[in-house]
Design a protein around this ligand. Structure first.
Ligand code: C2O
Ligand code: CU
Ligand code: CU
Length: 627
C-alpha cells in the first residue's frame, strides 16, 4: 500500500522523501531497517477489529537480530539421508507408526559443536515415512520434548498466551485427510498428552493415502509457535508410493535422494540462533521476545547439514526436493563451479521436473532457466550428471529475501543465500544406469472453471497489531482489510463442489498460500490495479475484482500445471486456483469439517496470516426435490 493512501500520518523521519518507493517502504516496514514505524506507513484506517489486545507494560527490548554464524568451511560434510521409518506395530490390521519428538544434540557441521535440536525420533530432519497409495496407515505422534522452549517465545501471538510454552501438533502437509487427523493448529498436545488444545480429538492419526502418489511432508503446526518448532527441527518427508512410479524406470535406491533445503543461523557455541525481535521497535514498544516479520538464515542447511556437499556418480538421479525454510524462497540452477576460486562457470545439467506438490506432472518439464521453490513447495526432479564426469557443480539460488516475485540481484536483499549445495561428480559409475526419463507421466483430470459453483475473492493485505508491528492478513470481499484466525469462518465450500479462489495480493511480497485437505490446480495469474484496490479498501468501496484487472490471465508455468497445495501469490497479481472439495474422478476422498488455509511463510502464519475454512456436508438432493 502506498503512503498516499494511508490515513494516519504520524511523525515522519528524514527519509520521507523516499516514501513512494515501494522497495524502500517494504524494507523499512518489514525488516525494521529504517527509522520508519509501521504506523506512519500503513495507517490504521480500516483495520477494524484486528487490534484488540491489551497493551500493558511490556518491556522495551534490545533485540538480538544481527547475529552472523561463525565461519565454517563450506562443502566438507556429505549430505546425510534421513533414512526410512519402520512401522513397529499394527492397528486394525494396518501399519501403526510411533514417532516421538525429543530434544537431541546433532552435529550439523564438523567444525561446529553439536547443536541442540528437536527431532522426530531424535533426528533432524525426521525419518521418512513411506506409505503406499490406497493403503491407509496410522501414526501416533508423541511429544517427549522438554517443557521449556529452545527458542524465544512471543506470548503475545494468537494461541501463545496462557498456554503451555511447549506444545506440538504434527500436520501432514499435502495430505487429503480427515479433520481429526489433519494436525490443525489448535489440536496441540504437550508431553505425554498431559494438556491438549481446544480442537484436539485423538492421539493416533489416520491417513487414508487415497490421493496421487507424491512427496508429502510432515511438520509441526502448533498455533503461534509453528515457526519456532519447525526451526528447531520438527519436519520430515512422507512419500506416498504407487503403481505409476513402479511402472516408470526412474532412478531408485541410492539414486533417489530426498533433499530438504533450509536456512539457519548459528551462535558461536553451535546453538541455533533465532532473533528475539525486530531490530527496532515499530512505534509502540515491542514485547520481548517479539515475532519478526520474516526470518532469513545466513547458512544453507540441507537435510540437517550446514554447507554440505553431495557426491554423485555420472548418471541420472532423482531428487525429491522440498523447501522447508521458514521464509526463504529458492530459485535454483546448477552451474559448473571452481571450488578454489569460488567462480561460477557455465550452466550445469538441466533439471527435469517430473512431479509437483501433489503428484506426477502430465509429462516431464525441462526447467529452462531456474526452478522456483517457494516455502513448502516440492519438486520431484531428475538430473543427469553423465556429461559432467569429474566436475564440481554448485546449486545456486538467486531468489532475493524477501521475495517479491522477481529473481536476480536485489540491492535490498536482506540475507542473500546464493550457495546452496556443492555437487561433486565422480569419474565413474558403479554400474550401468538403466533408468530413463519417461515421455509421459500421470493422467491428471482437469478441474474446469465452468464447473465452479463459487469464485471467492480473497485479498492478502497488510495490517498492524497492537504493538504497531506489521501483520499480514487474509480477507474476503466483505472484509477487504483482513480477518484473523479467530474470526468466524467465511470460506465454507460444500462437499463435492468445485470452487475458484482468487488470491488478491495487495502487498509487496510473494506469499506462498497453502490449503489443507485439497490439492488444487492453478488457472493462472492476472495483473490488477493494486493502488486503486487499496485506495478503495481505505474508503470501504472495494468493488468486484473484475473492476481492477489491468491485463489478461497469464497461464501458469509448465511445472505448475499439475497438483499443487501451496502456490506463489505474487504482488500485483490475482492468483487463481481451482479446487474440488471431495472425491474427484477416482482421486481423493470425501471429508467434511474444518481445516486451515494460510501463508506458508511461518512468521506470517504465526502472526494471523491464517484462516479456518470448513467443508460443509453435501446438500441432500432428494430433499431439494421434495421427494
Ligand atoms: Cu505445511 Cu498448514 O502447513
Ligand atoms: Cu498443510
Ligand atoms: Cu505471507
Amino acid at each position: 500500500m502506498s503512503r498516499n493512501q494511508s490515513g494516519a500520518q504520524e511523525e515522519q523521519p528524514e527519509n520521507d522523501a523516499e516514501s513512494n518507493d515501494r522497495t524502500t517502504s517494504r524494507r523499512s516496514v518489514l525488516h525494521g531497517m529504517g527509522a520508519l514505524g509501521a504506523t506512519g506507513l500503513l495507517g490504521k484506517a480500516g483495520l477494524s477489529e484486528a487490534s484488540n489486545g491489551a497493551l500493558g507494560n511490556v518491556p522495551t527490548q534490545v533485540a538480538d537480530v544481527n547475529q552472523t554464524s561463525p565461519d565454517l568451511t563450506k562443502w566438507i560434510d556429505e549430505v546425510p539421508r534421513p533414512g526410512v521409518l519402520k512401522a513397529e506395530k499394527k492397528k486394525n490390521g494396518k501399519p501403526l507408526y510411533e514417532v516421538e519428538m525429543c530434544e537431541v544434540e546433532q552435529q550439523l557441521h564438523s567444525e561446529l559443536p553439536p547443536t541442540t535440536v528437536w527431532g522426530y525420533e531424535g533426528q533432524y530432519p525426521g525419518p521418512t515415512i513411506e506409505a503406499k497409495q490406497g493403503k491407509d496407515v496410522y501414526v501416533k505422534w508423541k511429544n517427549n520434548l522438554p517443557k521449556e522452549h529452545l527458542l524465544p517465545v512471543d506470548t503475545t501471538l494468537h494461541g501463545a498466551a496462557g498456554t503451555p510454552e511447549v506444545r506440538t501438533v504434527t500436520h501432514l502437509h499435502g495430505a487429503n485427510v480427515e479433520p481429526e487427523s489433519d494436525g490443525g493448529p489448535e489440536a496441540w498436545f504437550t508431553q505425554n498428552f498431559e494438556e491438549v488444545g481446544p480442537t484436539f480429538e485423538k492421539k493416533t492419526y489416520w491417513y487414508a493415502n487415497e490421493q496421487p502418489e507424491t512427496s508429502l511432508w510432515y511438520h509441526d503446526h502448533a498455533l503461534g509457535i509453528t515457526r519456532l518448532n519447525v526451526y528447531a527441527g520438527l519436519a520430515g518427508f512422507y512419500f506416498l508410493r504407487g503403481k505409476l512410479e513402479r511402472k516408470l524406470d526412474l532412478p531408485k535406491g541410492k539414486y533417489e535422494i530426498p533433499l530438504v533445503f533450509q536456512d539457519r543461523t548459528f551462535n558461536e557455541d553451535g546453538s541455533l540462533f533465532y532473533p528475539t525481535g525486530p531490530e527496532e521497535d515499530t512505534g509502540e514498544p515491542n514485547p520481548n521476545p517479539s515475532v519478526v516479520p520474516e526470518f532469513f538464515g545466513d547458512t544453507s542447511v540441507v537435510n540437517g547439514k550446514a554447507w554440505p556437499k553431495l557426491t554423485v556418480e555420472p548418471r541420472k538421479y532423482r531428487f525429491r526436493t522440498l523447501n522447508g525454510a521458514n521464509s526463504r524462497f529458492y530459485n535454483l540452477k546448477l552451474f559448473e563451479y571452481d571450488q578454489e576460486t569460488g567462480e561460477i562457470g557455465d550452466p550445469g545439467p538441466t533439471m527435469t521436473q517430473i512431479g509437483s506438490d501433489g503428484g506426477f506432472l502430465k509429462e516431464p518439464v525441462e526447467i529452462q532457466d531456474r526452478l522456483l521453490l517457494g516455502p513448502a513447495f516440492r519438486a520431484d526432479l531428475i538430473v543427469d550428471f553423465s556429461d559432467f564426469k569429474g566436475q564440481t557443480l554448485l546449486l545456486h539460488n538467486n531468489a532475493p529475501s524477501p521475495f517479491g516475485g522477481v529473481a536476480g540481484e536485489d540491492p535490498d536483499d536482506v540475507q542473500p543465500l546464493p550457495e546452496v549445495l556443492l555437487i561433486d561428480v565422480k569419474e565413474k559409475n558403479c554400474k550401468r544406469d538403466k533408468s530413463c526419463i519417461p515421455n509421459k507421466l500421470a493422467r491428471i483430470p482437469e478441474l474446469k472453471p465452468e464447473k465452479a459453483v463459487q469464485e471467492r475473492e480473497l485479498p492478502l493485505v497488510e495490517g498492524v497489531d497492537e504493538f504497531d508491528r506489521l501483520k499480514l492478513l487474509l480477507g474476503t470481499r466483505e472484509h477487504p482489510n483482513g480477518l484473523e484466525w479467530s474470526d468466524p469462518i467465511t470460506e465454507d465450500p460444500k462437499l463435492g463442489t468445485t470452487e475458484i479462489w482468487d488470491l488478491i495480493n495487495t502487498t509487496v511480497d510473494t506469499h506462498p498460500i497453502h490449503l489443507h485437505l485439497v490439492q488444487f490446480q492453478v488457472l493462472g495469474r492476472r495483473p490488477f490495479d493494486v493502488d486503486q484496490y487499496n485506495a478503495d479498501r481505505e474508503t470501504g468501496s472495494v468493488g468486484p475484482i473484475s473492476d481492477y484487472y489491468t491485463g489478461p490471465l497469464e497461464a501458469p508455468p509448465a511445472n505448475q500445471r499439475g497438483w499443487k497445495d501451496t502456490i506463489d501469490a505474487d504482488p500485483g497479481f490475482v492468483t487463481k486456483v481451482i479446487a474440488h472439495f471431495g472425491e474427484f474422478k477416482g482421486l481423493f476422498k470425501d471429508f467434511t469439517g474444518e481445516y486451515p488455509w494460510h501463508c506458508h511463510i511461518l512468521e506470517h502464519e504465526d502472526h494471523e496470516m491464517m484462516r479456518p475454512y470448513e467443508v460443509l456436508p453435501r446438500e441432500d438432493k432428494q430433499n431439494d426435490n421434495g421427494c
